[in-house]
Design a binder for this molecule. Structure first.
Ligand SMILES: Cc1cc2nc3c(=O)[nH]c(=O)nc-3n(C[C@H](O)[C@H](O)[C@H](O)COP(=O)(O)OP(=O)(O)OC[C@H]3O[C@@H](n4cnc5c(N)ncnc54)[C@H](O)[C@@H]3O)c2cc1C
Length: 537
């Protein structure tokens, strides 16, 4: 329920315009069609378009902003956004934060810092309203289009039916001018949690539905809370079983109250009842205005498989989690990061189609990790029995005085990218004594180099990184040309990439995950690892 017209964050970014495809006798075939223009779909179109791959995105609306949803965007998402060229406006407009505090009743139990080390370009998180996040992505699409990137965004193009063939997909679309049909070599389903595409294909989710309701109140207020994430278990102000406070840009604050399962939604959504909860939390002297309120429930579940022949699912269409941990949109952007380069290599004939099965495997692995973390947080926040509540509260009491109990407190494990441990694209670790955080399958940690940051130098392709040992500036193998970057073994990069060793060579994938690592450059080993991570093994 939008309560304040000044806070209408709906942007009509891709108004309907008739396309040439609507005036042909035969359906036009496109290499890639993306279904859905939420954050995941737009990022997908941007990723492919920036690689020069023609992509058509179809959305049933004309822009972004369907209410107040995601606000917390994680470091890894910002790193990916920098690669796309839209990280800067997100950082400039977001509220940067690293620190969280946990309270029980009226006592602070502890505080945590999600980025306790220096030498990173991005903070652990920014808070930015989802419509703004999407707007910055679309603005980057517009820039890329102006520079020749083959991206088409088509608003008010609703996909109503698909027919999946062995080597293409037939897509029926409805527009304000009536229906038309196109074909796609590949269809990427980014059509959100209730995914009509999933239903059209007779597919479903597996997982848990949590029986609880949460009230979101986005408010403007004259109060001076710090830029931190504050979470209360059993808050003394009794506005809910738990409560969460986050600062957003434009003087807006996000407050979540846990209401329980057995509620009268209509009654709870009445302004006087929402204000009663807020007044109890904020005290009588704080002036505030409501700008957006809603009640949400959630699921933790995923599709059994994300790839179905020529149809590939990403984002909420493929998997869902609770908002605790901010793993929804953030993991969807990681899906895109994983799929973009693989689809690029398959479409230009450099890698076999089977490389796309590794998307399915790796991102199901990521989804499982997110679902596990999200389910555990939810179980801790909303104990399902008297016994589990007693255990939970005992942990909270202990954590106030004893550091060992703090890792057991779970108010939401916040989004970090997963490590693709044990999955087939990795070459077994060839660097004994190397740090665990940069083992094969891990996302590369950033570090300052020269006047900038490592991740900015890795680019869009496979890369070689030599730390304290030379790698060739250019290395040709498997139909690709890899750029080599040699850096001295000093500072943060030494700690993060060498550990107990003195020098190391890393083969890094286009999505900045480590494919393999060794003490020195060896052309044969690197070529074999490259072939493996392109799915040629
Ligand atoms: C209260 C709340 C708080 C949240 N907080 C966070 C957070 O802090 N951080 C975080 O990372 N995540 C958060 N999330 C989750 C986040 O909002 C979602 O994960 C994210 O929106 C998923 O993006 P998506 O692009 O996959 O799907 P969506 O954003 O749902 O986009 C799907 C798109 O597909 C379009 N579409 C649907 N059907 C069709 C059709 N037939 N034809 C064409 N187009 C179609 C829709 O119009 C829509 O534009 C939160 C969610 C909620 C509810």
């Amino acid at each position: 329920m939008p309560l304040d017209d000044r806070y209408q964050l709906a942007f009509r970014l891709y108004p309907y315009a008739r396309s040439a495809d609507q005036d042909t006798d035969r359906p036009v075939r496109h290499p890639v069609v993306v279904m859905g223009g939420g954050p995941v779909g737009i990022a997908m179109a941007l990723d492919l378009g920036l690689q020069g791959i023609p992509v058509v995105l179809l959305d049933d609306h004309e822009g972004v902003g369907q209410g107040s949803r995601a606000i917390c965007f994680a470091k890894r998402t910002l790193e990916i956004a920098h690669r796309y060229g839209c990280g800067r406006p997100m950082l400039d407009n977001g509220v940067l934060w690293n620190v969280g505090k946990v309270f029980h009743d009226d006592r602070q139990i502890y505080e945590f810092d999600l980025l306790p080390e220096d030498g990173h370009r991005n903070p652990a998180f920014i808070n930015l309203q989802q419509p703004h996040f999407e707007r910055f992505l679309v603005e980057r699409v517009r820039e890329a289009q102006a520079a020749g990137a083959p991206i088409a965004l088509r608003g008010k193009n609703r996909i109503d039916a698909v027919a999946v063939r062995d080597d293409h997909v037939v897509i029926d679309i409805t527009t304000p001018d009536g229906p038309y049909r196109i074909e796609a070599d590949w269809l990427i389903g980014c059509d959100g949690a209730s995914s009509p595409l999933r239903k059209m294909m007779g597919l479903d989710f597996e997982g848990r539905v949590f029986q609880d309701n949460f009230l979101i109140a986005d408010i403007t207020m004259k109060a001076d809370f710090p830029t931190e994430r504050w979470f209360w278990f059993e808050p003394h102000f009794k506005s809910g079983d738990s409560a969460l406070l986050h600062k957003q840009p434009d003087g807006v604050w996000r407050i979540d109250f846990q209401l329980g399962w057995d509620i009268d939604r209509k009654e709870e959504m009445k302004e006087e009842n929402i204000r009663r909860r807020l007044d109890a939390m904020l005290g009588p002297d704080v002036e505030y205005e409501l700008v957006w309120t809603s009640i949400y429930t959630f699921q933790c579940r995923r599709m059994r498989n994300f790839r179905h022949g020529r149809v590939i699912f990403a984002g909420d269409a493929a998997h869902q989690v609770s908002p605790f941990g901010a793993r929804g949109a953030n993991s969807g952007i990681q899906d895109v990061d994983n799929l973009g380069w693989k689809l690029g290599l398959v479409l230009n004939g450099t890698a076999p189609e089977s490389l796309l099965d590794s998307y399915d495997l790796e991102r199901r692995h990521g989804a499982d990790e997110n679902i596990l973390n999200s389910s555990r947080s939810t179980d801790f926040i909303t104990p399902k029995s008297k016994i589990s509540r007693a255990f939970r509260n005992a942990v909270l009491d202990l954590a106030e005085h004893h550091a060992f109990a703090r890792p057991l407190v779970n108010s939401g494990r916040l989004s970090v990218p997963c490590v693709y441990d044990g999955l087939p694209l990795n070459t077994p670790d060839g660097l004994p004594g190397g740090p665990a955080r940069t083992r094969p399958g891990a996302p590369c940690p950033d570090a300052p180099i020269g006047g900038g940051f490592l991740l900015d130098h890795l680019g869009w392709d496979f890369a070689l990184l030599g730390v304290g040992v030379d790698v060739p500036d250019r290395f040709d193998a498997e139909g690709l040309t890899l750029r080599g970057l040699t850096v001295p073994a000093e500072g943060d990069i030494k700690d993060r990439y060498l550990g107990d060793t003195t020098c190391a060579v890393y083969l890094i994938r286009p999505d900045q995950h480590v494919a393999g690592r060794w003490p020195a450059f060896d052309a044969e080993r690197v070529s074999a690892a490259l072939a493996r991570s392109m799915g040629k093994d």
